[in-house]
Write a protein that binds this ligand. Sequence first.
Ligand code: HEC
Length: 165
Amino acid sequence: MSTRRKILLFLLVAVVVIQFIPVDRSAAPVQINDDIRSVANVPAEVSVLLEQACYDCHSNETNYPWYSRIAPVSWMLQNHIKEGREEMNFSVWASYPEKKQRHKMDESYELVGEGEMPLKGYTLMHAHARLSDAQRKTLTDWFMSQAGKSGERMNEAHEEHSEHD
Ligand code: HEC
């Protein structure tokens, strides 16, 4: 066998072998009463956007696409999901103190406004998670309303609002 063939064969075997390394896809069972959709005032259109663009990584209700079963993609994805849940998990919203909830809404306002969330690699593969400008605005307006009434942006929002009074 030529060296090139040996290398190819080795790679092929390696790809097959890594499929057997277990990936922990477990999630805590979903308690719908603790979900943000149960404890916060989430309008239907916002709820749909959160589910489509955030829930795969920021909840215990992850939908795994077929390619998420194939190593090494599966390792990367599971890592994003694990980190995403640790940072903010909409499924356990009721367990967050109010201050933390407001802070996470403020962070969401910023990250979604800047186009950093949902993660870019993810939207490449998930067309349903790509946000139009209008959808982005629906989300950021709602995040801001949930972030509370303090801070600079909130004052700006308040001033804008007063003009209409
Ligand atoms: C593909 C997985 C994925 C998706 C989808 C996703 N996120 Fe994230 N998110 C992450 C990961 C991983 C982190 C932690 C690392 C980082 O900040 O980049 C994170 C971090 C965050 C943080 C930072 C929390 C903090 O306090 O620092 C916020 C807020 C956030 N995401 C909001 C959202 C929102 C809102 C959506 C939906 C519009 C969303 N994310 C969609 C994976 C994801």
